[in-house]
Design a protein around this ligand. Structure first.
Ligand SMILES: Nc1ncnc2c1ncn2[C@@H]1O[C@H](COP(=O)(O)OP(=O)(O)OP(=O)(O)O)[C@@H](O)[C@H]1O
Length: 273
């Protein structure tokens, strides 16, 4: 059984027209189906406005679709009973693009990471503190950072705190919505490396939403391409992206730095197989 199964999702946002009718004529997602296996990462590529974040919200249970089903470990996340929904909320976490707006500026790093633990675990004060220090260390920070506030961290460090919070309950899957997009190149590379390590160590699955082909390629096992709300391509192997003849994909490929050595060698390898 797949960890996540997305079945024929169609969604439109309701907007009130001049005549006060709910206008749902503009489909943001249309007939989307795919699955994510345990311990794997599906990268979702798409240009701005393609519907990537909406799909992320639908999967996280934040935007109920008009049609289709989201099955997490076989349970429909929108119709499951309260107990199952609670378990899904624990096992399905998220990290968003803007590390600063994802946290309460008045909370220390310790409080930020403590929140999910207090909601779900019954730890003693000492156990909780030990767990938080371990989490900080796991994401490359230290005990000295416990009492710092968000404004005392760089964007990259704060994203590490968001990741520490996301993994604090040992989830099965994380939805990463443009999670490295606002970071500089060095921090992007470091956070992607951290995410890869965590995936290996904890057998995590990711739904990695991005417009950045290089980031998607570096972390994903499988890849999908969303265009105007439709999943136009879905590859079992990410290298298929480099041989696809789909016009949208060809256009995307053209946007990668043509002479980037890493991608040149991949293209050459793939075209000779
Ligand atoms: N809450 C909302 N209400 C109405 N329309 C919305 C809402 N959120 C998104 N949209 C519209 O849905 C479409 C898809 O938006 P979405 O944010 O999912 O795309 P995206 O691929 O994530 O884009 P980006 O990469 O720019 O974030 C856009 O046309 C957007 O304006």
């Amino acid at each position: 059984m797949s960890l996540l199964k997305v079945n024929d999702i169609t969604h439109s946002y309701g907007s009130r027209s001049f005549f006060n009718w709910k206008d749902r004529s503009k489909k943001v997602l249309s007939g989307i189906s795919f699955s994510i296996e345990e311990g794997t990462c599906l990268g979702l590529l798409g240009t701005s406005g393609a519907g990537k974040s909406t799909l992320g919200k639908v999967i996280l249970g934040l935007e109920r679709p008009q049609k289709g089903q989201i099955l997490f470990q076989g349970h429909d996340i929108y119709t499951a009973d309260k107990h199952t929904r609670q378990k899904i909320r624990r096992d399905l976490q998220a990290v968003f693009q803007d590390s600063y707006s994802s946290v309460n500026p008045r909370m220390t790093a310790e409080r930020i990471i403590a929140e999910p633990l207090e909601n779900y675990e019954k730890l003693t004060v000492a156990e909780q503190k030990r767990t938080i220090v371990e989490l900080l260390e796991r994401v490359g920070l230290s005990e000295e950072d416990l009492k710092k506030y968000p404004h005392q961290f760089s964007g990259g460090q704060l994203q590490r705190i968001n990741i520490a919070r996301a993994i604090s309950l040992k989830p099965k899957m994380i939805v990463l919505d443009e999670s490295v997009s606002s970071l500089d190149m060095v921090n992007q590379t470091l956070i992607l490396e951290l995410l890869r390590e965590l995936k290996e160590d904890f057998g995590l699955s990711y739904f990695f939403i991005t417009h950045d082909i290089k980031a998607a390629y570096s972390i994903s096992d499988t890849l999908g391409v969303l265009e105007k709300g439709e999943l136009v391509e879905l590859y079992d192997s990410k290298n298929q992206f480099f041989t696809s003849e789909h016009p949208v994909v060809k256009k995307m490929r053209g946007s990668i730095l043509a002479e980037h050595p890493r991608f040149r060698s991949i293209r050459t390898r793939v075209s000779h197989t």
